[in-house]
Write a protein that binds this ligand. Structure first.
Ligand code: NDP
Length: 411
């Protein structure tokens, strides 16, 4: 058994806490630390409300500034935590990782590090911060699992699984992320608007023909024919996993596609063109200095408030193309998740659910030794089968679709 410290108390942390509680017989004590301790307490109350703790055990909240490495290290030691699941805002990644390196705890996160004030990171994404710590993790035997959410995360494991199982060589990995759900608001982002918009304001980078290619956001669209959610338009977007997958499979084209409706694109474009998505401060006529993006965030619905009325499904998966015995092969590895089911189970919408379940699956594999790599790893560098098995058990089943039909991955 290994005690777990969850960093952050937002939408994803809520799911992580519920899933850790449901599996506390395999994990141990569960601690939640965030800047605002009342948010930790609210998550703890929701876990008890659902009677989610599998066995009697510790579930405790703590106030923490996770940018403070010493304070974070002290909390890891005080709570006897051997696994840290970092689902705080991506600004805290490097300080939390440093605290894990200092204490020997295993580190798991779901997004690349970002520096406040930068619009968004450019390739090589992991090379900018995380991979600079690879050597010290290896030296000290620290397990650090990077990008263990759904995308990045599960989609990396899907790619590895598809390549290992169905092909001799891989030629293309197209990751498609569709939220076909509806929250009923005029406009809202599914998670922190500041982080969400950052993904779409910069240049779109993809890996094609063995090199980084640059496009504008919403420049390249493609209609994908998908199970359950039907034909959906998605746009070439930048995403963390394009970097690690292209480093591990440099001969394959690696692209990330995110689904957007015309209404979202319209509102986003207006906000952007007006300068309202800028993180650079402006001064009003009254002499008030404001950051437009922060004002937009304050006006938009709190992403967590969308959960109770969210309906519909998400479909996220990988179209992987390659060659097997000299013949071209193509397979779609995917998951479909349901917003209302997620809310009924853990009180969160489907986007938080798909992001929060996978890091708990990873933690369970670290706890039982299967993924305790004593080194820094991206998800496609770890054996996928035990992970997909855990995801099946935890509520995110994997399916495979190809010319032989549409079936569970392990059928
Ligand atoms: P939220 O914004 O809802 O929550 C972030 C939490 O981090 C808040 O509780 C916030 O506290 C806390 N926090 C911020 N700064 C600090 C600090 N200095 N010290 C302690 N706590 C801090 O985010 P989400 O739950 O939506 O997302 C969490 C992470 O998951 C993000 O990194 C996001 O990019 C990632 N993600 C990954 C996905 C994937 O599939 N891979 C999908 C969706 C999200 P406070 O409330 O006080 O500000």
């Amino acid at each position: 058994k290994k005690n777990v410290l969850i960093i952050g108390a937002g939408g994803v942390a809520q799911v992580v806490a519920h899933k850790c509680a449901q599996n506390n017989d395999l994990l141990g004590d569960i601690h939640i630390a965030s800047r605002t301790v009342s948010k930790c307490d609210a998550i703890i109350a929701s876990v008890h409300e659902k009677s989610a703790m599998k066995v009697d055990g510790v579930l405790q909240g703590h106030a923490l500034d996770a940018l403070d490495v010493d304070a974070t290290s002290a909390l890891i030691r005080d709570t006897g935590s051997q696994i840290v699941i970092n689902v705080g805002s991506p600004f805290v990644n490097m300080s939390v990782l440093d605290a894990c390196i200092a204490t020997g705890a295993a580190y798991i996160d779901t997004a690349i590090h970002e520096e406040p004030g930068k619009i968004c990171e450019t390739p090589p994404w992991y090379g900018n911060y995380e991979w600079k710590k690879r050597e010290i993790c290896a030296e000290k035997g620290i397990t650090a699992i990077l990008g263990a959410g759904f995308d990045p995360g599960v989609v990396n494991a899907y790619a590895r699984y598809a390549i290992d199982t169905f092909m001799d060589t891989v030629t293309a990995i197209d990751i498609v992320d569709i939220n076909a759900g509806s929250h009923g608001k005029y406009f809202a982002t599914n998670f922190d608007p500041e982080i969400n918009f950052r993904e779409f304001t910069g240049t779109v980078y993809s890996w094609q023909s063995g090199a980084w290619q640059e496009n504008e956001m919403f420049e390249v669209g493609h209609d994908w024919d998908l199970p359950v959610v039907g034909t959906q338009r998605a746009y070439l977007s930048g995403h963390d996993e394009v970097h690690s997958l292209s480093a591990n499979y440099p001969d394959a084209d690696v692209r990330f596609w995110m689904g957007f409706g015309a209404h979202y694109i319209n509102v986003f474009t207006v906000l952007k063109n007006l300068g309202l998505l800028s993180e650079q401060p402006v001064t009003t006529a009254e002499g008030l200095e404001v950051v437009p993006l922060k004002v937009v965030k304050a006006c938009l619905p709190d992403p967590a408030s969308l959960a109770p009325n969210y309906t519909g499904k998400t479909c996220i998966g990988d179209f992987v193309k390659g060659i097997k015995n000299g013949q071209p092969v193509e397979v779609f590895v995917y998951n479909v998740a349901d917003h209302a089911e997620a809310y009924a189970e853990v009180g969160s919408q489907g986007i938080s659910y798909t992001a929060g379940v996978p890091p708990v699956a990873a933690a369970l594999l670290v706890a039982d030794g299967t993924w305790d790599a004593n080194a820094m790893k991206n998800m496609e560098e770890l054996p996928p089968a035990p992970f997909l098995t855990q995801l099946d058990r935890l509520g995110l089943p994997t399916r495979v679709k190809d010319e032989n039909g549409d079936r569970p991955w392990n059928a």
